[in-house]
Design a protein around this ligand. Structure first.
Ligand SMILES: [Ca+2]
Ligand SMILES: [Ca+2]
Ligand SMILES: [Ca+2]
Length: 236
């Protein structure tokens, strides 16, 4: 499995993700750089993701070049896609998406899930094929089912060139610090999407502290509020 599974648009996005993870700009991603990038974005790396990372290192030098990273990424995306596409039709419908949310412990009504599907369904046939899926989710350092579904529900804009900014903010401030940091200073170093992401993380963290029931609606709410906050900060 490799690069041919990903379209040109997805490859373009992936190059930015790769550059963001490759901290020392060596042109290769080490396992340390990979786990660090995930940690900095509050993503837990599973044993399966590490296994896929190591298996994608076809040259065996312990690091991934861009081509190997694409292989890793398409393997991960395909696994997540197949996990959601339970009838193996090659497309994800709203019922499969709803089941995936419920399996992970999130409440999701028919209406909410139908509406989420339209975010990714660019050709509007009410099904998500693998290409639509790749184009939308090539932005996480490592796609896992939980990370993909959460991003899907939050509706965060996916843009290129934000990865480094996100890392800078995450490194400089922990959760409470992130909130203080949302202001003109942050606005000057971070693109709109980064501010949105950080606000989203903060809101989600607060909702967790208040023991709010996990649901798709909660993510949608956090995502929308983050969008409003980012607009206020960025354009003020
Ligand atoms: Ca490197
Ligand atoms: Ca299906
Ligand atoms: Ca479609």
């Amino acid at each position: 499995m490799g690069v041919d599974l990903l379209g040109l648009e997805a490859l373009d996005r992936l190059q930015d993700v790769f550059n963001g993870i490759d901290e020392d700009k060596s042109g290769f991603i080490s396992i340390n750089e990979f786990t660090k990038a995930c940690r900095e974005l509050s993503m837990t790396v599973t044993t399966e993701e590490l296994h896929d990372f190591i298996c994608s290192d076809s040259s065996g030098d312990g690091e991934l070049n861009f081509e190997e990273f694409c292989c890793f990424y398409s393997t991960r995306l395909k696994k997540v896609f197949d996990e959601i596409d339970t009838d193996r039709s090659g497309e994800i419908d709203w019922k499969e998406l709803q089941r995936a949310f419920i399996t992970l412990g999130y409440k999701a009504t028919d209406r909410e899930v139908r509406s989420l599907l339209t975010r990714v369904d660019t050709d509007k046939n009410e099904q998500i094929d693998f290409k639509e899926f790749c184009n939308y989710f090539c932005s996480l350092p490592s796609p896992s089912t939980r990370a993909v579904l959460e991003r899907w529900a939050s509706g965060l804009s996916i843009d290129t060139g934000t990865f480094d900014a996100l890392k800078v903010i995450a490194k400089n401030d922990k959760m409470s610090g992130l909130y203080r940091g949302i202001g003109p200073t942050i606005a000057s170093i971070a693109p709109f999407v980064a501010i949105q992401q950080v606000t989203y993380d903060l809101l989600k963290y607060k909702a967790g502290n208040m023991s709010m029931e996990p649901s798709v609606l909660l993510f949608v709410g956090c995502g929308s509020a983050a969008g409003v906050a980012a607009q206020t900060v960025y354009y003020s």
